[in-house]
Design a protein around this ligand. Structure first.
Ligand code: F6P
Length: 546
């Protein structure tokens, strides 16, 4: 094991601890002392205006955090990632989701081979197929045009396309129906298909490995549903099933024609994959041109992350702010609160991106870490959360840093009163970050004539840190920019914590145990090796089931 200094023993870490020990910065005071703070603590990337002035930081904090980034080798690891080096050490893989959005004339090599031509060949093949489905040229087995597209996948093979479809709904072919099935609970596929005509339905089986039990089980049931509905002719599968995968062998074994397979590669992590072939359902929904606009948005932020100086590098800044709160304030979670109905699945998508990447407790050399790693990421769209859990953020005992994401324009489809509602939505957006930052003092409450016994209850201590991300409109490009921003933020944090952000061994144990337990449920088989509690639960389950 190389003898690298432990993170918490670095002088840059100690300097941050000393800085933190100087006391809690107070936002009211920081803004009063520096009238230019709101302009200075802003970074613009592409269409994103990112205000980080409402954070518990000073210029000194930022300088110390940047020194930590330099000392921990964030920039070297970043460059190694973009160069295609195998920085996913436990799986010995390159990490090259950035190559998925590289322009046609770029060169990105993995093991000496330029991967960009293959990326664009698959995008072209996807584009051709998407256009055929959208135009009605691709018909089902009976000659009827496809009107329903059902994506079957889980984790990164579901969350990305499902989130992006929802986000870009206003840009989708409204005459087509899109559904996303992920849960092995049969109810998911049942609800997704119960009102569909099999003759008009295309299934997209999305699985990097093509061995994921949930996806293969659902895909098998979908095939049965299709064949039952179309009179049992096996030939129907070729017109109603396509696959998105890295595993041609398993796709063929399942019975899907390899011509109907859209390929990606082992250097694309599942949670980083929706801009690969995994985005086919989205591409059918929004069309190839919009999909490419989205890729350009990703690429814009990739280039920013790769080249912008540290003090103006948005993913770096957001990553460092997370480190500041997690490691020096002991914050346990991070809220992402989009003020857009269309981003209703955005936080769920970020949960996998962040928590599967940075939910680790050993460093890159396998040594236990003694510092906090990834936060619990959570949140739902505003204003709904305001009438549910915001109470705890405002007046509870926990420090919860939060990102507020909003747009100046509603989608173009809205008009009249519905369009006018946008200003009310955004008034709430701005009001919340103001209230969180500046609160309401007891003196201010008293000045309103509130009875003394109620003053404490109605006081807001404020000083809750937030980032505001504002853009004109939620377009395909802006969505790509937002996702890339978070991808690279997660990267920065993993680099500082010296963990492998690109493996996910933590999901394996549950999978293995489920395989062991299943025969006890389906066949009543005895399963040795279960603990006493699980044995009792399994036996109670067997008694309860009909
Ligand atoms: O949960 C583990 C995981 O491997 C995720 O990383 C991945 O996105 C998901 O399962 C689905 O995997 P696949 O695309 O191979 O079916």
């Amino acid at each position: 094991m190389p003898d690298t200094p432990e993170l918490t023993r670095r002088p840059e870490w100690a300097a941050l601890e000393d800085h933190r020990a100087e006391g809690q910065p107070v936002l009211r005071e920081l803004f009063a002392a520096d009238p230019a703070r709101a302009e200075r603590y802003v970074v613009r990337v592409g269409d994103l205006y990112i205000d980080y002035s409402k954070h518990l930081i000073t210029d000194e904090t930022l300088a110390l955090l940047q020194e930590l980034a330099t000392a921990t080798g964030v920039f070297g690891l970043r460059d190694a990632m973009f160069r295609g080096e195998k920085i996913n050490i436990t799986e010995r893989r390159a990490v090259l989701h950035t190559a998925l959005r590289a322009p046609r004339d770029a060169v990105v090599e993995v093991d000496g081979v330029d991967v960009v031509p293959a990326v664009h060949a698959v995008l072209d093949k996807m584009g051709h197929f998407a256009e055929r489905v959208r135009s009605g040229e691709w018909t089902g087995h009976t000659g009827k045009r496809i009107r329903n597209v059902v994506n079957i996948g889980i984790g990164g093979s579901d969350l990305g396309p499902a989130m992006a479809y929802e986000a870009l709904r206003a840009f989708t072919a409204r005459e087509l129906t899109f559904r996303f099935v992920s849960n092995v609970d049969g109810a998911d596929l049942h609800e997704a298909t119960r009102d569909l005509d099999p003759a008009e339905t295309l299934f997209i089986v999305a699985s990097k490995t093509f061995t994921t039990i949930e996806t293969i089980t659902n895909a098998t049931s979908a095939r049965t549903w299709l064949l039952d509905g179309l009179g049992g002719d096996e030939k129907a599968v070729a017109k109603h099933f396509v696959a998105l995968s890295t595993n041609a062998g398993k796709v063929t074994e399942f019975g899907i024609d390899p011509d109907n397979m859209f390929e990606f590669w082992d250097w694309v992590g599942g949670r980083y994959s929706y801009d690969s072939a995994i985005g086919l359902s989205l591409m059918i929904a929004i069309g190839p041109d919009r999909f490419r606009e989205m890729l350009d948005g990703f690429h814009l932020v990739d280039e920013h992350f790769r080249t912008a100086p540290a003090e103006a590098n948005a993913p770096l800044l957001l990553g460092l702010l997370g480190v500041w709160y997690g490691n020096f304030f002991d914050a346990q979670s991070h809220a992402v609160l989009p003020y857009s109905h269309y981003l209703s699945k955005f936080t769920a998508y970020l949960q996998q991106l962040d928590m599967e990447s940075n939910g680790k407790s050993v460093d890159r050399d396998g040594r236990p870490v003694d510092w906090q790693t990834g936060p619990v990421v959570w949140g739902t769209p505003g204003t709904n959360g305001q009438h549910a859990y915001y109470q705890l953020i405002h007046q509870g005992t926990k420090l919860i840093p939060a990102d507020f994401i909003g747009f100046a324009e509603p989608v173009a489809e809205l008009s009249g009163e519905l369009k006018a509602q946008h200003d009310l939505l955004m008034a709430n957006f701005f009001a919340q970050t103001q209230a969180l930052a500046f609160g309401k003092t007891a003196a201010e409450v008293r000045a309103e004539g509130v009875a003394e016994e109620q003053v404490a209850h109605r006081t807001f201590r404020g000083n809750h840190p937030t980032t505001t991300i504002l853009a004109r409109e939620l377009t395909p490009s802006v969505l790509g920019q937002l996702v890339a921003l978070y991808e690279h933020k997660v990267f920065v944090q993993g680099a500082i914590w010296n963990i492998d952000s690109f493996d996910q061994w933590g999901v394996e144990l549950g999978k293995v145990l489920a395989k062991r337990i299943e025969p006890a449920l389906t066949e009543g088989a005895d399963v040795s090796g279960l603990d006493a509690s699980t044995t009792a639960l399994v036996s109670t389950y067997r008694t309860l089931r009909k």
